[in-house]
Design a protein around this ligand. Structure first.
Ligand SMILES: [Zn+2]
Length: 304
């Protein structure tokens, strides 16, 4: 089954490359405001059901902006959300977007054992595949938590039939990142097989791998800087994978109190996100993660 999916996807990579701007990936991690890892220490999983859920409304807002721009993207869904909002997941898919897994319970991978990670992965995939009636083969870890000490997660993803991953941030951060890994999409070979990695966007600014074009970075930096960085990434011949969350489009979400640094990361610029996304969609070409990867590989057959 998985081999057939891979062959079918690779067969699409035969058309000649068109002289157009690079196609980039637009990705959305579908989780609610109280799921984020920055709140782990002040919100326990048992409390999740007690918060007012806002994920459906904010995701529908994102869907509207993408529909207006005629853009399809990849939505990485938290299993906990899918279980409670199956109609939202069907609406995302019906709008033509690609569906990926964002774990079931948003636990950092490096805080899990391989056994608990596998159980979580199977749980979210089963929920999504039950709702959609189709295979899900794209994965993004909560908070990009595939780091040096959790690379074993790739082996499990490969064993479970996943073909694409977007979890390894090639930069420095207190919670994620493997600086020095390739900034462009690449195939990672492991003992049991291989998986395509499409890393989050990093602009090599002088010699520093500057994260740009996702989450808090997208809200914090002036938009002109984001655009310049993303243009530089495309000019270097690399597509990028912008990532955003529905709660970033919801400036009126209930306020939690995670401490100053984490509060800044979560709440800065929430009122700007929607306007900036609309501009971003005008400034660059976007598609799903597998479309962007496929089109890029079309022009780089030596990488296959
Ligand atoms: Zn997340």
């Amino acid at each position: 089954m998985t081999t057939n999916l891979r062959l079918r996807w690779e067969k699409q990579l035969t058309a000649p490359a068109a002289p157009r701007p690079l196609l980039n990936a637009l990705t959305i991690d579908v989780e609610d405001y109280y799921h984020v890892s920055g709140f782990d220490h002040c919100v326990s999983r048992r409390q999740w059901d007690h918060f007012p859920s806002r994920v459906s409304d904010s995701t529908l807002r994102v869907l509207d902006r993408l529909a207006e721009a005629g853009v399809r993207g990849t939505f990485f869904i938290l299993g906990w959300v899918a279980e409670r909002c199956p109609s939202l997941i069907r609406a995302i898919r019906a709008a033509g977007h690609e569906i990926g897994c964002h774990s079931y319970a948003h636990q950092l991978i490096y805080e899990q054992t391989p056994k608990t990670f596998l159980a979580d992965l199977r749980q979210v995939r089963l929920i999504l595949e039950d709702i959609l009636g189709e295979r899900v083969v794209v994965y993004r870890a909560p908070s990009f938590s595939i780091v040096e000490r959790s690379l074993w997660a790739l082996d499990i993803l490969i064993d479970e039939g996943f073909l694409f991953d977007s979890s390894i941030y090639p930069t420095y951060h207190d919670r994620y990142g493997i600086a020095g890994t390739p900034l462009h999409p690449h195939c990672i070979e492991r003992a049991g097989g291989s998986i395509w990695e499409f890393p989050p966007p990093v602009w090599r600014f002088f010699r520093y791998p500057l994260p740009i074009g996702g989450g808090g970075y997208f809200r914090l930096y002036p938009y002109g800087l984001t655009r310049r960085g993303l243009q530089a990434i495309n000019a270097a011949g690399r597509p990028f994978a912008v990532y955003l969350h529905p709660w970033e489009f919801d400036p009126d979400q209930p306020r939690l109190h995670p401490g100053m640094i984490r509060a800044i990361r979560h709440y800065v610029g929430l009122r700007r996100t929607e306007r900036r996304l609309v501009q971003l969609l005008k400034d660059f070409r976007f598609g799903t993660l597998t479309e962007a990867l496929g089109e890029w590989l079309n022009s780089r057959p030596e990488l296959l």
